[in-house]
Design a protein around this ligand. Structure first.
Ligand code: FES
Length: 166
């Protein structure tokens, strides 16, 4: 069982920490291919492998159907990290959809770096529908990466602006 939130409270020294890690839960969008990752996510649930509530799973028919704007919009809406999960090499049901997605995510990572958001906020991985543990591990990894980077400044300023308008 993966207990990401549990890490913040283990050990006596954490009890005195005035700002526990759980003070901010990164918001992660996981675009999951319906043929592999979405099933792996469901299997993770069936196996009671846990990941934080801040992770939103969005099913896509193939990662090759994901356009750049879908991913960029996720960041514009305040996602702290985006994970794209497609079929294994040679296993894409649309033949080369996962290869196209890889090229797209590489391009977007460059854009994210150029605009100062950080390329590591976006990651693409490949797995099969039986790889539930690996799926959860990848979620855990991107959460850890994003935690080290801090909140998405776009989402943060958006929230501040809307709070000011109320
Ligand atoms: Fe899974 Fe294309 S069908 S990535």
């Amino acid at each position: 069982v993966i207990q990401i939130n549990g890490e913040a409270v283990k050990g006596n020294e954490k009890a005195a920490d005035p700002l526990p890690q759980t003070a901010w839960d990164p918001q992660i969008i996981a675009f999951c291919c319906n043929y592999c990752a979405f099933s792996a996510a469901a299997l993770a649930g069936a196996k009671r492998l846990q990941y934080p509530a801040g992770v939103r799973i969005i099913s896509v028919p193939c990662t090759g159907k994901l356009e750049m704007e879908h991913i960029l919009e996720a960041f514009e809406r305040g996602a702290d990290g985006v994970l794209v999960v497609g079929c294994l090499d040679g296993g894409c049901h649309y033949v080369e959809g996962n290869l196209r997605a890889r090229k797209r995510t590489d391009r977007i990572r460059e854009v994210l770096e150029e605009i100062g958001l950080g390329s590591v906020r976006l990651k693409m991985v490949n797995l099969s529908d039986s790889m539930a543990s690996l799926f959860v591990q990848q979620i855990q990894d991107i959460i850890q990466t994003v935690r080290e980077l801090g909140p998405n400044p776009l989402g943060h300023s958006e929230k501040k602006e809307s709070a000011g308008k109320l």
